[in-house]
Ligand binder design. Sequence first.
Ligand code: GLU
Length: 317
Amino acid sequence: MQTIDSANIETGHVPIGRFAPSPTGRMHLGNVAAALISWLSVKSRHGRWIVRMEDLDAGRSRQEYAEAIVDDLGWLGLEPDSGGLDPQYRQSSRHALYEEALGKLRSFGLVYPCMCTRAELHAVGAPHASDGRVIYGGRCRPAGFPAVVPEPADLPHALRLYVPGGVRTVRDMVFGPYRADLAADFGDFVLRRADGAWAYQLAVVVDDADMGVDEVVRGADLLSSALPQNYICELLGYREPVYGHIPVLCNSAGRRLSKRDGDASMEHLRAVCTAEEIIGRLAFLYGLRPDAAPVAAAELAMDFSWHNIPAKECICL
Ligand code: GLU
């Protein structure tokens, strides 16, 4: 596959990292932490950093948020080498690539249409032990695989991917080997929803491969997603990226920061702090500095090490 960012690199391997925000609001400190650590990891090795807008949720994504994210990153000293507002790096303009990948998975006989309604999914599926996610009960699943099941032209249907049983492992730079049984923990998952929207799991894998991404850095809430992504990667014959899942930031009530935590939003922080103060605070929280003294991102890149990032699910502010 042609990779946008590796195409012009003639000699040596330049590590490529990425930050993949959803432009559904202004960034909060937790988003900035993921951007900073992904930037530091590649910049400490003279790599390239991509910012990709994950705007598949058309109802919630807005151009003004994409612009604010890019502006905030520049203000923080985290300039992307590619992407940002470039339309080529927006998921909403990359449907043809997802279609091509789906076509391959279909040709392997691993994709089938699912006509279940939300109510049926809940009635038949088994809630996952740890977080209550519903594991698909298999109502539309063919009896065996590979299978070619015609897709009904006149009935809305999602497309699901067959998932085999057995433990899979991915390597994470913070949490070490992460193992789980994809069938028990995810079941056959959706690649394209009944309304035609592409599923995050497919889009992210296709994009990371197409952009030549070596390192996927994001919040630890997405650690379990590395397994279905690793499975899709393997099926499509892509090189698997290395993962770095960092602790998510929680508010004083112990809940993961959200766009509603106004005090931690870039809109508020930019009004009351300097970029160096924000970076210094994050560097302290994530074990990169012994204190929260203001520091520029570029200064941290000199001695960045993954060993300093704590293997915790969350860090409270
Ligand atoms: N778009 C996702 C988010 O904003 C991140 C997905 C990823 O990094 O793989 O939470």
